[in-house]
Design a protein around this ligand. Structure first.
Ligand SMILES: Nc1ncnc2c1ncn2[C@@H]1O[C@H](COP(=O)(O)OP(=O)(O)OP(=O)(O)O)[C@@H](O)[C@H]1O
Length: 241
């Protein structure tokens, strides 16, 4: 049996406040994502999808408070965000933060990707942003495309996309979809197939992504999984029941 790329067993994720108080948002999450697979995450607003991605990435203030998360069989439950990034996890944010004082060129240099910056930014039509500070004054669509570009520069094996197409105009949705697909089709620096967990409300990304399975999250837990198109059509017709 092959070891899954990512395995979540009975995982709970809480937002932990500075005073140490915890608010559990996700609970009893079980998920197995194998190398090369692309999974979709669906669910109503506020059901915990972004929290799940942030918990896998280990972003402040979210913490895995119960259960275990493994990457290639190694326990990552208590790793810091940087250690998880180093292990090959990357997240494209739903609402990307502004990094005043950090230009796109500087960010690319910091992640050792200066040599790829021109090709990647041109393919996403973002080369005019190279000398701008990250997300400072970017339009909504530019910021979302930049998130895809950031992952293309970083090159993680496990790519977490939080609504990559939201706020992107109809023409650029195709550009974003192609960029996501190209990133996932290329192997990572270690020659491993990439995998993705992608949140979507619109389903546009399904046109460019050969997704194997979709999961439906309701009230902080995955309540069912199935074929992505069928699940999407079911939700469109019947709602999230
Ligand atoms: N830092 C936090 N502290 C307290 N509650 C939080 C925190 N972050 C998120 N929440 C709450 O957790 C719930 C789940 O939020 P989350 O953003 O994960 O949902 P979502 O499924 O991604 O929603 P959407 O589809 O609207 O983006 C929401 O009620 C939200 O207000």
């Amino acid at each position: 049996m092959t070891t899954p790329l990512l395995e979540l067993k009975n995982v709970s994720i809480a937002a932990v406040a500075d005073d140490g108080s915890e608010k559990t948002i996700c609970h009893d999450v079980n998920l197995t994502l194998n190398e090369g697979e692309r999974h979709i995450l669906l669910g109503p607003n506020g059901s915990g999808k972004s929290t799940l991605l942030a918990g896998i990435m280990g972003l402040h203030p979210f913490r895995i408070t119960a259960g275990t998360a493994t990457l290639r069989g190694e326990d990552i439950t208590d790793l810091e965000t940087e250690e998880r990034a180093h292990a090959g996890i990357g997240l494209a944010f739903q609402r990307p933060p502004a990094l005043a004082g950090v230009s796109v060129e500087r960010l690319a240099a910091a992640i050792g990707a200066s040599d790829r910056l021109d090709a990647v930014s041109e393919s996403l039509g973002l080369d005019h942003l190279d000398d701008r500070d990250v997300n400072c004054g970017f339009s909504g669509g530019e910021a979302k495309r930049f998130e895809v570009m950031k992952l293309a520069l970083q090159g993680p094996q496990l790519c977490l996309f939080d609504e990559p197409e939201s706020g992107v105009d109809l023409e650029q949705v195709g550009v974003v979809g192609r960029a996501v697909s190209e990133l996932l089709d290329a192997k990572d620096a270690e020659g491993r197939h990439r995998s993705a967990l992608v949140i979507t409300h619109t389903g546009f990304i399904l046109d460019s992504l050969d997704a194997t399975v979709a999961h439906l999250m309701v009230d902080g837990t995955i309540v069912s999984s199935g074929e992505p198109r069928a699940m999407f059509d079911h939700i469109r017709t019947n709602g999230y029941r």
